[in-house]
Design a protein around this ligand. Structure first.
Ligand SMILES: [Zn+2]
Length: 389
């Protein structure tokens, strides 16, 4: 049996549900860390010869040229763990103290792909179902990096694929293969960027197009144009909240008229750690937590959940993550405001006045249900900067 350090590290990472492994050069060795539920955890430090051997083993198995690293390198390889094929995306970069390796673990078992598993509220589920029932307008899923945006799109893809539509995706990378869907992976080394991928997809006559990420003007324009032409378009984009997606599209050169014609739903989301159920308890909020509750008019919460850590959660107090969502189905007033050139602040204020829930409202309901801790919510920085003044 092969029990090389490479095999041990990868197997332990997969079993710990890690999304990434980081092998970082130190002055006299390497640190090996794993990202579990969004947080980096030290696995162990190894000396320089052991670390060099580990990096060289992974490089050799991934088909990366061994020897000194002078340029960033990215490769994929496939690994079999417990009979499951797991894809690894390996990035290697030369740092001043040695090579740094980051390994993204694309484990299909970790990709939940049905709407109920995302963590939506009943109302939000109904909002998604409403969009799925008439497929009117583009759905844009926004949030920072690693906020679960792609998982949300996969859940929607599964719903759409059941209706035997022709679905094409453009992704970077393809995190999870879905049978019956044509998935194109961006490969910039061979001039296949998002823009080229979307152009190619549209020539394939899709009913539904998923754009893994809108990160530049050409792709934003293509996605909006495809939606106006009648394709069902789903895409992710970085933005702070749902309303700021309008500003971001404007900055990509999309006009208000195009936005009002194309956009149907904007989702904003984060991932938040779930408290371990085995070591959970409640306590009164601290002064700092009370001021946060006061800003959000929830002084009524006199007890908040927390956890101490136990064997079941490896002492972290948390186990798994769930989604926090804001789902904005644009209404007639929103469209009128966008067409009239209203800025995001005016659009956001009008929605708040109409009682539309924000991300923080979903977060506070999860605290009330004992799903997550108040400190965890505060660390997400969900408040807009001026709300803390
Ligand atoms: Zn625990």
């Amino acid at each position: 049996m092969n029990t090389s350090l490479e095999t041990i590290v990868l197997a332990e990472a997969v079993h710990a549900r890690a999304s990434d492994i980081h092998i970082d050069p130190l002055i006299d060795g390497y640190s090996v860390r794993m990202r579990i539920d969004g947080n980096l955890v030290l696995w162990k430090n190894v000396n320089r010869p052991t670390g060099d051997k580990l990096i060289n083993q992974i490089k050799a198995d991934a088909g990366i040229e061994t020897g000194t690293v002078f340029h960033p390198v990215g490769e994929r390889r496939r690994l079999n763990v417990d009979g499951e094929e797991i894809d690894l995306r390996i990035t290697l970069a030369p740092c001043i103290s040695g090579p740094k390796m980051a390994i993204r673990i694309l484990d299909p078992r970790q990709v939940k792909h049905d709407l109920p598993s995302l963590g939506l509220t009943k109302i939000q589920t109904d909002q998604f179902q409403h969009w799925l029932s008439d497929l009117n307008g583009m759905i844009l899923v926004t949030g920072p990096t690693a906020s679960g945006k792609t998982t949300t799109l996969y859940a929607l893809l599964h719903e759409l694929a059941e209706d035997s539509r022709h679905v094409v995706t453009v992704e970077d990378p393809v995190e999870y293969q879905i049978d019956g869907i044509n998935q194109i992976e961006v490969d910039e080394r061979h001039d296949l960027d998002f823009a080229e991928g979307v152009s190619t997809s549209l020539r394939l006559d899709p009913d539904c197009l998923m754009v893994g990420e809108i990160r530049e003007g050409t792709v934003a324009s293509q996605a909006v144009a495809a939606s106006i032409q009648g394709h069902v378009v789903m895409a992710t984009m970085h933005s702070r909240d749902a309303a700021s997606a309008i500003t971001r599209l404007n900055n990509f050169g999309v006009t208000n008229h195009q936005i009002a014609t194309a956009l149907g739903v904007v989702v904003n989301q984060r991932l938040i750690r779930r408290l371990c159920q085995k070591c959970q308890s409640t306590r009164p909020p601290t002064d700092l937590e009370n001021s946060f509750l006061s800003i959000h008019n929830r002084e009524d919460l006199k007890e908040v959940p927390f956890s101490t850590g136990c064997d079941s959660c490896q002492g972290s107090g948390f186990k798994g993550r769930t989604g926090l969502f804001q789902v904005w189905n644009l209404d007639r007033t929103d469209y009128e405001m966008i067409l009239a050139g209203a800025d995001e602040d005016a659009i956001r204020s009008r929605r708040l006045q109409a009682g539309s829930p924000e991300l923080v409202d979903h977060a506070l309901s999860l605290i009330e249900q004992g799903v997550t801790s108040l400190r965890e919510v505060m660390h997400l920085g969900l408040s807009l900067p001026w709300e803390n003044k």
